[in-house]
Design a protein around this ligand. Structure first.
Ligand code: FAD
Length: 483
């Protein structure tokens, strides 16, 4: 019987556990155990219903085009609960001075693909608009190596595009800094487009023409689950043998069987996991932890690997969710919400109008605003009290939206060191990590530190780690674990 240990019960660890469970049901001779330090599964995914509204502590949806998440939901019986974003309402605003300026139609991330809306938009100065035209006609030289997203944007579209568009988008999505994030890791497609077409505008127009020719209907940009993202966590957990899932069980060390049993001169295969409840032995381990967590467990085993892992920076974030009677939100424009450039000197990074983004997650007659703070821009806010954060958010919502009405409820969630930041050179770091991991048979990594921070990417890494653990050799003649 092959034994596999999964460390971490976020979506990456759960996705690995579900893959192993499917293999077991298909007849493979395996046992697995999942260890989660917290008293609940899901990691940063946590949903609750307040006043009939679905309130999310972490992710509220996933990108539809990344198929792994919706596929997993269907497998675990949640197909009917998948809900697409209400794209007819999709409009995002940028705060500039005291105004909310809509992103011009046809903008694809930072690339304008429609002339008239961009030319007429007050979001950009004439100088930036001329630079956008120049990018199409006389594109800059492509980069020779990795660079920051801000550097690439600046070369193509100028500093104002960094300030008003790219920085707020990346702060909103990654809690990250455009001057730090790697274009090759975060916007791989753009980096490839630049190499091929030099002009990003030409490349995007070509991609749009291609899509226009395809006969399939455009799917909604985002997908979520009607009852909250935690549905996914609960549905996977319901499929796993409960006695194999150990909550409130932090793994504080791992070691090779070889080392643990050196005195007995045993075969050098397998791994020992140490928890407060004693050691347990496995053929393979899936470390579905933040990179800093994997680093501390792997440090005694492979120091350079631990150094590479601990070099992946993380940012923290705060969400402040406010419930309202919809009649009190009359000053809100239509759309999905707004982003706040750092140059505007607000604490808010972004705000989502949840009732507009998804139909059916907020009861008719109610409105829900989800505000984001923190990120790499403002980490010290994490230590502010809930009362202080509420005051900050309400004051800024009044300044930005003219919203004076008090909310009927407030929920505040802090996610500490939860969002991996892919800095310039991230892909080289990941390659180094891969090379070193290949020297540790039976160890696989999963989670948001490597190949994408979104929920679908984490699910995919969990599946790949499970496949790798299933391929690993297994410990011979070793007794089952102690628990
Ligand atoms: C506020 C926020 C909003 C987001 N919004 C979106 C979004 O809208 N769409 C999207 O696609 N993505 C979003 N993301 C990103 C995405 O949710 C995360 O990248 C993903 O959920 C991370 O999953 P994970 O399993 O890798 O890590 P985690 O969820 O961090 O899980 C890791 C788990 O490991 C456990 N652990 C740590 N150390 C140990 C140990 N020694 N022993 C045992 N257990 C341990 C932790 O307790 C934790 O439960 C968001 C993230 C945040 C924080």
């Amino acid at each position: 019987m092959k034994r596999i240990g999964i460390l971490g019960g976020g979506i990456a660890g759960l996705s690995a556990a579900w893959s192993l469970e499917k293999a077991r049901r298909a007849g493979q001779e395996i046992e697995y155990r999942l260890y989660e330090a917290a008293g609940r599964l899901g990691g940063v995914i946590a949903s609750e219903t307040v006043d009939g509204c679905v309130v999310e502590a972490g992710p509220d949806s996933f990108l539809t085009e990344k198929a792994a998440a919706a596929q997993l939901c269907r497998e675990i019986g949640l197909g009917d609960d998948l809900l697409g974003s209400n794209d007819a309402e999709r409009k995002t605003y940028i705060v500039v001075g005291k105004r909310l300026i809509p992103l011009p139609d046809g903008l694809m991330f930072m690339v304008p693909t429609r002339l008239v809306p961009t030319a007429l938009s007050p979001l950009f100065s004439l100088r930036t608009k001329l630079q956008m035209a120049r990018e199409f006609l006389f594109p800059p030289q492509p980069a020779t190596g990795d660079e920051s997203v801000a550097e690439m944007t600046r070369r193509h579209f100028g500093q104002e595009t960094v300030d008003r568009l790219v920085s707020p988008l990346l702060a909103g999505v990654y809690g990250g800094d455009a001057d730090e994030l790697s274009v090759r890791a975060v916007l791989a497609r753009m980096a490839q487009m630049e190499q091929k077409h030099r002009s990003l505008t030409r490349a995007m127009l070509a991609a749009r023409r291609q899509r226009g020719r395809s006969k399939t209907a455009t799917p909604p940009l985002f997908t979520t689950l009607r009852g909250g993202m935690s549905q996914m966590v609960d549905a996977i957990a319901a499929q796993l043998p409960p006695e194999w899932v150990h909550l409130s069980t932090e793994v504080h060390a791992i070691d090779r069987v070889e080392r643990a049993r050196r005195a007995a001169q045993r075969e050098p295969t397998g791994w020992v996991v140490e928890t407060p409840f004693g050691p347990e032995r496995f053929d393979a381990l899936i470390l579905a932890l933040p990179a800093w967590g994997s680093a501390s467990l792997l440090r005694p085993i492979d120091h350079p690997l631990a150094e590479a892992l601990s070099g992946v920076p993380y940012s923290s974030s705060i969400t402040v969710t406010l419930g309202y009677e919809i009649g009190r939100l009359l000053s809100l424009p239509s759309g999905f919400g707004f982003l706040v450039p750092a140059t505007e000197n607000h604490s808010l990074l972004a705000c989502t109008f949840v009732h507009a983004k998804f139909a059916g997650r907020v009861p008719v007659g109610k409105g829900l605003l989800r505000c984001f703070l923190g990120g790499s821009r403002n980490d010290e806010l994490l230590d502010q009290s809930d009362a202080r954060l509420t005051v900050i958010v309400l004051k800024e919502l009044e300044q930005i939206l003219g919203l004076k009405a008090p909310p009927s409820f407030v929920r505040i969630h802090r996610s500490r060191q939860a969002m991996a930041q892919y800095g310039v050179g991230h892909l080289d770091r990941v390659q180094l990590i891969r090379d070193r991991i290949a020297e540790l048979p039976g160890i696989a990594l999963a989670g948001n530190a490597y190949q994408g921070i979104g929920v679908p990417d984490c699910i995919r890494t969990g599946q790949e780690a499970a496949a790798s653990a299933l391929r690993a050799g297994h410990v011979t003649a070793v007794a089952a674990g102690t628990r």
